[in-house]
Structures are given as structure tokens and as C-alpha cells.
Design a binder for this molecule. Structure first.
Ligand SMILES: Cc1ncc(COP(=O)(O)O)c(C=O)c1O
Length: 453
């Protein structure tokens, strides 16, 4: 298959190219041909991609091993170039930045179209945001929740979801119920059953991660959202880790709201993301526009996504460059990226088990890619009690960086099923498309050396 085909096969690429060409007159060449040249021509069937060459597309410092895309990705060289170009054009003619300017409106509309296509949605159902935190807060605070209403969530959620829910509990008297998640996560049916059993006539929302930040467990989104639909409950999904890692088709997940980030696994600019609202036209009444400068002057019936999209001056260059990040992912192949990131995580899991035993692995066991992601959480010790020792885990993480320039982070979660209220600590490694098995081996080897001391 020719590289031309690889380049054109990306369904977002055309929209992205159109977007940039029309909005930024000299940006027609934003899709640097290096992308095509660096990838083996078999890329589209998901095999034989030269991942070393993919790695070379990123400016990551050669003396560091970066394993934390779950917090922040890295922009490839070509994206840095196009982002810089968009910024320069914006600065050269600042009328772009005025949100009422026709050119800004046109750029934004094209960006929304391209972003929507990337997740299988229509433009009306997508609003470009700054990050997952913003999308989750827009929904949580925008829902008409009242005292006594119940929100079901889990004990493995990120603060970006728990914070707005906690504010709502304090301010409006909603009840937030956190269902325990077994670690390692192994039984998706049990999680669905736990949600089902917890639904009461007061339940208004179920809110949960697609992929947990704690252990990288992939929750059964479709089954949970179908349950919510059946029971007349709203579903809100924290998809921070899914965009760019998984080959996403958001409408197929049957969720009402899905918030995600462009700056993690997608490797887009910092402070970019998107919020998906299922059937925004029909579901407008479910959500109030809590962050908008259009709400007072717009015609009745204006789409909620349009209202939320219009919120003062936005980072136009960054959001335009996020579309380039989508085109970049499509050029390599989304299925290939997903397979690569999960295979690296599988490798990490096997190495952890070989080194410290099965109990040291907190992420779903190897051999269950359906439950897994590019995040691997583990204890660098064969002694399970050390998971309760925050200082031990933090020291290993710090020494990995200080001595070996290996960058990972700590994570924490409740010890369940152990019912003593303890918190467990672990190392979390993110394996992205620019990482490789040798880096994973080095992580495990060096962590084992440090932990022995
Ligand atoms: C599960 C989860 N949700 C939300 C966030 C916040 O993401 P963002 O920085 O894009 O707001 C994170 C960040 O690491 C996360 O892991």
C-alpha cells in the first residue's frame, strides 16, 4: 500500500487539511511529509510500523525515559512547527482571536468538524475544551441536580471528577456514592452489577472513568451506559486517557457525556480537549451552559455545545494544532497505536510479575487487553505490605528520576477488597507510542535495584 494511501486513509486528515488550508492561508503544508516517510508503508494494516522512526518524530530528550503520557504527552516535531505557525499567524493578524470574527468562527467550525469525525461524531455533538477537567465540570455543574439527588461513581476516580461532585454535595446537597472497585480489576460484569444494584429512584447520574488513572483499568463503558439508558439515568464518562490511546467511536459507547484530553495520549498541545454531548440537539434541556458568553443573547434552542464553545477568547492555535495531532495519529494508524500501547503495557505487566510476583501488579492481569490500557501500576516489592508505605514508593519514583532519568509517577487507590480503609500506593508507568520494550525493561530493572536498598 502506498504512503499516499496511508495519508489519505485517515478520515480526519482531509477535514484537518481543509481546516488549516482554509483558515490559515499558508498552512496548506501542515501535514509534513516526514510523517509519511518515517512510517513503513504497511502501516495501515497495523503491522511493521517502524516505531523507532516514530520515536524520532518527537523532541523528547534522548537522556530521559519518559513514561508519563497519562499526565502529559509530547508534541511531535511537525506539530510544534504547525502550532508555532498558527501562533505566528494569530499574532500577525490578531483579528483571528476575536471570537465574533468570521475567520475565527470558520476555523473553529472546521476544527469542531474534524475533531467530531475523529471520534465518530457530528460537529453539533462536540465542543472543544481546554482539558478533561473543564469538560467534566461543564457537565457536572450544568446538570440540574438538586438536594437528595444521587450520583453513583467509583472509588477509583480522578479528582477532576470528584471535585465538582464534592462541591455539588456541599452546595446543593446531592449525594455522591462511590462504589468500590476491586484492584486488580478483573470482572467487568461485577462492576455493572454493582452499579445496577446501587441505582435507586433518586439516582440521576452515573459518572465513571473509561480508563482509571489509578491502575489503567478499562471499564465496560458501553454496558454501564446501556444500564444508565435503561434506567433513565444520565451517564458521564471521564475519558482523559482514551483519546489518542484507543480507537474511539464515541456514539457507539451510548454515553450521554464524555470528556477527554488532547494533550495526553494524543500528544496535542497542552490545554486542549473535547467534550462530547450525545445528541446535543435533543438533550439540550439536560444541561445548563455554565461557561459561556452567548447564553444571554443566543436564540432559544441554540445548541448547548455551541453555547459552551463560545466562552470568550479561546486558544485557537492550540485547538487547531490538536486537529493536526489527530491527523498525525491517523497517519500512523489508530488501531496500530492502540495495539502498540497495550502490548507495551502487557510487556510491563509480565516483567513486573517475573520480578516481584503477581501480587505486585495492580493493573488488570496480562492477557486481558479488553480490560487494559497503556497504564501499568505496580509495587516495586514482593512484600504487599509495602504498598501502604507512601514514602517507600515515592522514594523509588524519585530515585528513578534522580539516578536514571526515568520519569514515572506514583498513584494511589483504596485497598479493596481489604476493608480496613487503607490507601495503597504504586508506581504508574504510561507506555505511549514513542516508548519501547527496552525502556520498560530499564524501568523494572532500575526500580528493583533501588527497592533492594
Ligand atoms: C482519569 C483522569 N481524569 C481527568 C484528568 C485531568 O485531565 P486534564 O489535565 O486533561 O484535565 C486526569 C489527569 O491526569 C485523569 O487521569
Amino acid at each position: 500500500m502506498s504512503m499516499n494511501r496511508v495519508l489519505l486513509s485517515a478520515h480526519v486528515a482531509d477535514a484537518a487539511a481543509t481546516s488549516c488550508t482554509r483558515a490559515f492561508p499558508d498552512a496548506a503544508s501542515f501535514r509534513d511529509p516526514r510523517v509519511g516517510r518515517a512510517v513503513d508503508s504497511n502501516a495501515t494494516d497495523g503491522h511493521a510500523i517502524d516505531w523507532k522512526k516514530v520515536r524520532e518524530m518527537f523532541p523528547l530528550a534522548p537522556d530521559m525515559t519518559y513514561l508519563n503520557s497519562g499526565s502529559e504527552g509530547s508534541m511531535p516535531h511537525e506539530l510544534l512547527d504547525s502550532y508555532a505557525r498558527f501562533n505566528r499567524e494569530w499574532a500577525t493578524d490578531p483579528s483571528y482571536s476575536f471570537f465574533a470574527s468570521p475567520r475565527f468562527g470558520e476555523t473553529q467550525a472546521l476544527n469542531r468538524q474534524a475533531a467530531a469525525r475523529f471520534v465518530g461524531a457530528i460537529e453539533e455533538d462536540v465542543c472543544l475544551t481546554n482539558n478533561t477537567t473543564m469538560g467534566l465540570a461543564m457537565v457536572a455543574f450544568g446538570l440540574p441536580l438538586r438536594a437528595g439527588d444521587e450520583v453513583l461513581t467509583t472509588t477509583n476516580e480522578h479528582w477532576s471528577l470528584l471535585s465538582p461532585l464534592t462541591v455539588l454535595a456541599k452546595q446543593r446537597g446531592i449525594r455522591v456514592i462511590q462504589l468500590p472497585v476491586a484492584v486488580p480489576f478483573a470482572d467487568p460484569d461485577a462492576l455493572v452489577e454493582a452499579f445496577e444494584a446501587a441505582i435507586t429512584p433518586r439516582t440521576r447520574v452515573i459518572a465513571f472513568s473509561h480508563i482509571t488513572w489509578t491502575t489503567g483499568a478499562r471499564f465496560p463503558v458501553r454496558a454501564l451506559c446501556d444500564l444508565a439508558r435503561d434506567r433513565g439515568v444520565i451517564s458521564l464518562v471521564d475519558g482523559a486517557h482514551a483519546l489518542g490511546m484507543l480507537d474511539l467511536d464515541l456514539p457507539a459507547l451510548h454515553c450521554d457525556f464524555y470528556a477527554c484530553s488532547g494533550h495526553k495520549w494524543l500528544n496535542g498541545p497542552p490545554g486542549t480537549g473535547l467534550l462530547y454531548v450525545n445528541d446535543a440537539a435533543a438533550n439540550a434541556a439536560k444541561l445548563l451552559p455554565i461557561l459561556s458568553d452567548e447564553a444571554v443573547q443566543s436564540a432559544p434552542g441554540t445548541l448547548i455545545t455551541d453555547l459552551l464553545q463560545t466562552r470568550g477568547c479561546n486558544n485557537g492555535p492550540g485547538l487547531t494544532a490538536m486537529i493536526d495531532a489527530m491527523a498525525f495519529a491517523d497517519t500512523i494508524g489508530r488501531a496500530a497505536i492502540e495495539a502498540r500501547e497495550i502490548e507495551l503495557a502487557e510487556h510491563a505487566k509480565r516483567r513486573v510479575i517475573e520480578t516481584w510476583g503477581a501480587a505486585a501488579l495492580f493493573s488488570p492481569a496480562p492477557g486481558r487487553p479488553d480490560l487494559s490500557s497503556g497504564l501499568t501500576s505496580f509495587l516495586p516489592s514482593a512484600d504487599p505490605a509495602r504498598a501502604r508505605d507512601q514514602a517507600f514508593v515515592q522514594n523509588v519514583v524519585s530515585a528513578l528520576w534522580d539516578r536514571y532519568r526515568i520519569y514515572v509517577r506514583t498513584t494511589l487507590f483504596p485497598a479493596y477488597p481489604a476493608d480496613d480503609g487503607a490507601t495503597l500506593y504504586a508506581i504508574r508507568a504510561s507506555t505511549s507510542l514513542f516508548n519501547d520494550a527496552e525502556q520498560v525493561d530499564a524501568l523494572v530493572r532500575c526500580a528493583a535495584e533501588i527497592a533492594k536498598e
